[in-house]
Design a protein around this ligand. Structure first.
Ligand SMILES: [Zn+2]
Length: 375
């Protein structure tokens, strides 16, 4: 086939697409109170931000809309009939200033990257235009825009990683004030870790500096998983009293990082069949234990003791999950950093790689995006 015939077929195809457009693209005139004619260079993103809409709102108003094939001259609906009461648009908008980056904006409004992107789906952060509007809070009254998920069909306990020569270093009972220094160390060492945090134990998760630390943990590739709201003994709780221990913490984590854990480490390693039933009911799939317990709290961070525990552990498994703490009675920043640095140097020296829990167990440790807490 030569060039001419290809262009001819292309032209026929374009003609067909243009003529077919009114059939597949239906502007719902009945519920539209304002329309906009697409001009050259428009993108759906430009249009929905211009009119303060979300992507889904624009799509609701224009069923069949194809954003990848937006035609100049097409009439789009940009405002619904207010009497229809079907407004799920943006509550607060922000006008982009020169020098703004997405990161600057989501940090300013205390959003996670993913919740910001959910509010502005399709946004291209490399092409922010001064004067355009972005959405920084949703008009949905609930803090969470997710829909309830289902109970989990299975529940698996993990004590070690699935691949040889991976190790998962884990920190329980935080967030604590030395976690920022710990993050600096992990970054320096190129190690991804996992934090099993509480909502209200050593610190209060609603505190802005704690939230900042959690956001940093997430942004730097670590996993943030549940250790219950108050460090509860789950074997003593009924199904209904287990609920707030999971949900309150999840809601807070969701508001910070835009993800809900479906993985948990039960405090004190207290667990039984009832606990598993409750966790499954509330949508949890993975229980994360360990096969090396450093007992850092008991030996007050003694490096030699911990290294001999790790050495012994490695003789049994070359893919360990290692239990450490963000806080224990008598901890100091020095003790914590010295111990963790020696642990990492020892493990890395044996040719192992420090990975987060997602890599360690080879599963998504968070619920699918959009999934909320089960009813
Ligand atoms: Zn604990």
């Amino acid at each position: 086939m030569n060039y001419k015939s290809i262009s001819f077929i292309f032209m026929l195809l374009s003609l067909y697409l243009v003529s077919a457009l009114p059939l597949e693209f239906r502007l719902n005139k009945r519920s539209c109170s304002k329309t906009y004619k697409v001009v050259k260079g428009d993108t759906c993103y430009k249009i929905w931000t211009k009119y303060g809409l979300s992507e889904s709102k624009l799509r609701n108003l224009n069923s069949g809309l194809s954003c990848s094939n937006l035609k100049t001259g097409t009439e789009l609906c940009v405002a619904g009939d207010s009497s229809s009461g079907n407004n799920s648009s943006c509550k607060t908008q922000y006008t982009i200033q020169s020098g703004d980056t997405c990161y600057k904006i989501w940090t300013k409004y205390n959003l996670s990257e993913s919740s910001f992107k959910k509010l502005n789906s399709g946004i291209d952060c490399s092409k922010l235009h001064k004067g355009n509007k972005v959405c920084v809070s949703s008009s949905n009254s609930s803090t969470s825009t997710s829909t309830p998920s289902n109970p989990s069909s299975s529940f698996t306990w993990y004590r070690e990683c699935v691949h040889s020569n991976n190790y998962a270093i884990t920190f329980d009972d935080g967030v604590y004030k030395y976690d920022e220094a710990l993050l600096d160390l992990l970054k320096k060492k190129g190690v991804k870790a996992t934090f099993f945090i509480n909502g209200n134990n050593m610190s209060d998760i609603t505190n802005s500096s704690v939230r900042k630390t959690i956001k940093r943990m997430y942004n730097e590739g670590h996993n943030i998983l549940s250790h219950t709201w108050s460090h509860a003994d789950l074997t003593k709780l009924s199904k209904s009293s287990t609920r707030p221990e999971l949900k309150k913490l999840e809601d807070e984590i969701y508001n910070i990082i835009g993800k809900r854990p479906k993985s948990i480490r039960p405090p004190y390693d207290f667990r039984n069949d009832n606990v598993v039933d409750h966790l499954k009911y509330y949508g949890y799939s993975y229980g994360i234990l360990w096969n090396i317990d450093t007992k850092d709290w008991e030996n007050k961070g003694n490096v030699d003791t911990v290294l001999s525990i790790i050495k012994n552990g490695l003789s049994k498994s070359n893919r360990p999950i290692i239990l450490n703490h963000s806080y224990y009675d008598g901890i100091s920043k020095d003790k914590l950093l010295k111990l963790v640095e020696k642990e990492i140097d020892y493990l890395n020296g044996k040719g192992l790689k420090g990975v987060n829990m997602e890599t360690c167990i080879g599963h998504n440790v968070y619920r699918s995006s959009g999934d909320g807490f089960p009813n």
